[in-house]
Write a protein that binds this ligand. Structure first.
Ligand code: URA
Length: 238
């Protein structure tokens, strides 16, 4: 791999910034100053920029507890995006796996691994997504049955059977909902079809990946090896 790609992929600087650093003699490969940004970095070589060793990571995986008010996009002119929250790296190729509405909180996987994302989101794979929701209205067993039967929310959308569990049922009810699709505003539209309103929504899990309860809204961490292995197994990559 070219030296400038190696360092820009790892977010050290832009390609032009790296060209300058190389020209100034601030980059070493295996202990020798390299001034050519097109230098082919040998497999396993030690690359040091400004005295800091840079390890190449082809793919990065972060679990984010998305806060309300932030949008699930890579960039936006007006609003803060989920990528603005990932401050640990400057790499530019990250994206969120799927979308949560601006006012939805909870689990979001951020990665640059397009193949894993594609597999997790594929409508054929039916990966379970578990949400906690607060509903304006009293949820009852008829609603549970309607979810289980596959709810028609509009002329063009009948949802796959979904699991609705009642945690508490007062004027404001608390529920768990498990859906296997990811249609736009799906859970809100499902409750709307029953004459109710979602007033709080948080995603708790996606397939084998469970939101770490130690992550407060807005914080994130890298996936563990075990979490990544479980996702690879779930999506048929191993
Ligand atoms: N369903 C919704 O209505 N909104 C979300 O953000 C996720 C699922």
């Amino acid at each position: 791999m070219r030296l400038d790609k190696f360092l820009s992929d790892m977010g050290v600087d832009s390609r032009s910034g790296i060209r300058k650093k190389a020209g100034w003699g601030r980059i070493k490969v295996n202990g020798k100053v390299v001034r050519d940004p097109g230098f082919a970095v040998p497999e396993g070589a030690e690359v040091v920029c400004d005295k800091v060793t840079v390890v190449y990571e082809a793919f990065s995986y972060y679990m984010l507890n998305k806060p309300a008010g932030v949008i699930s996009a890579t960039e936006d002119k007006r609003s803060q995006t989920v990528l603005d929250l990932i401050t640990e790296t400057k790499r530019k190729d990250l994206f969120p796996v799927g979308r949560l509405d601006k006012d939805t909180e909870g689990l979001l996987l951020i990665t640059n691994d397009g193949d894993l994302s594609h597999r997790l989101l594929s409508p054929k794979r039916h990966v379970d997504k578990l949400y906690f929701a607060r509903i304006k209205g009293t949820v009852n067993e008829d609603h549970v049955k309607a979810f289980a039967d596959g709810l028609k929310v509009s002329d063009d959308l009948t949802c796959l059977p979904a699991k609705l569990e009642i945690l508490s049922a007062e004027d404001i009810s608390e529920v768990h909902v498990t859906i296997r699709e990811g249609k736009f505003h799906q859970i809100k539209r499902m409750f709307e079809a029953l004459g109710m309103e979602v007033i709080y929504l948080k995603r708790l899990s996606m397939g084998s990946l469970i939101l770490d309860p130690d992550l407060s809204p807005g914080s994130y961490r890298r996936l563990t090896e075990e979490e990544l292995t479980a996702l690879n197994a779930l999506t048929g990559r191993i």
